[in-house]
Write a protein that binds this ligand. Structure first.
Ligand SMILES: [Zn+2]
Length: 300
């Protein structure tokens, strides 16, 4: 089976690995991302982790076709650098593709993380068979990608636009973009953590599994805002299915039940009936899987 290297550069962590053509993760590692740090240092750290994985495949007689790179921000039209990204300012304008290709001696393909994630869901996950698929990824920020009739929507920054910055509450939490009460500001890891007394997301998710009341309340409130945001986005994209991914989605029904009930309250009757909201099964690896998959088989 054909293989690709995969990198998913997020606002807090960078995931690195090898992904097969069927979407399975063959190897994976996580390193921290320093959002304000020197880009070369991040590239060097990525190469230091990825090169041994690539070498091991080569030693086993397997070839790696290229490297898919998922990035948390808009791309230039040549897909060589990020041009806008609230959560990774140090990488803005940096020639990321060239820096990686020079070091890895493999072709690297950059993709907006929200596109990469929705492709993973569409090909291998909860989005299979959807006609109009909206995929949202929750983490340090919130991104969204859209696939309609098998094609990725590209109209702002090589993706569906900054869906996380629709404004839900003009007096809400301050957002990294400079506005207030954006969907992202209301449902990000930081917002969830704040609602749970400053506990990290991983801890909130595991405590919710043990029925901890504060963790459950924080997830329910976050889900309520997300349901409102998805109801606001629905008239724009008219999705028949919405898949929710990213680290926070590991909370499962503790988050999703609240998203669905808020969506039922806020969305118009047509969407309430036709749109299914499903959690991702990739536990946050969807960006890496989608970026690698697009390297092996571009979407039409
Ligand atoms: Zn914003």
């Amino acid at each position: 089976m054909r293989l690709a290297g995969a990198i998913d550069i997020g606002g807090t962590a960078t995931k690195i690995g090898i992904v097969a053509e069927d979407g399975s993760v063959v190897k994976s590692e996580t390193i921290p991302t320093s959002p304000l740090g020197e880009p070369i240092a991040l590239v060097d750290a990525i190469v230091l982790s990825l090169q041994p994985l690539l070498d091991a495949e080569k030693a086993a007689g397997k070839s790696v076709a290229g490297v898919g790179v998922s990035v948390a921000g808009f791309l230039d039209s040549e897909r060589s650098a990020m041009i806008q990204n609230a959560n990774l300012p140090a990488l803005r304008g940096f020639q990321l593709r060239r820096a990686l290709e020079e070091r890895l001696s493999l072709e690297c393909r950059l993709e907006v993380d929200s596109n990469a994630a929705v492709v993973a869901e569409y090909r291998y996950g909860a989005g299979r068979g959807a006609t109009r698929l909206l995929g949202v990824t929750l983490g340090t920020g919130l991104g969204g990608g859209v696939i309609i009739d098998g094609e990725l929507l590209h109209f702002t920054g090589e993706c569906a636009g900054d869906l996380g910055h629709i404004i839900l509450d003009s007096k809400g939490r301050a957002c990294t973009c400079g506005a207030r009460g954006c969907l992202e500001a209301m449902v990000s890891s930081a917002a969830l953590s704040e609602r749970a007394g400053g506990r990290p997301v991983r801890e909130i998710v595991s405590e919710a599994r043990r029925e901890d009341p504060l963790a459950l309340k924080a997830l329910a409130e976050t889900g309520w805002w997300l349901g409102l945001g998805l109801a606001s986005l629905s008239p724009v994209f008219s999705p028949d299915r919405i898949v929710i991914g990213g680290g926070i989605s590991a909370a499962g029904d503790a988050l999703l039940n609240s998203v669905r009930s808020s969506y039922r309250v806020h969305a118009s009757p047509g969407f309430r009936e036709k749109t299914r909201i499903i959690g991702s099964s990739f536990e946050g690896w969807e960006g890496m899987i989608g970026a690698a998959s697009l390297t092996l088989n571009p979407l039409s």
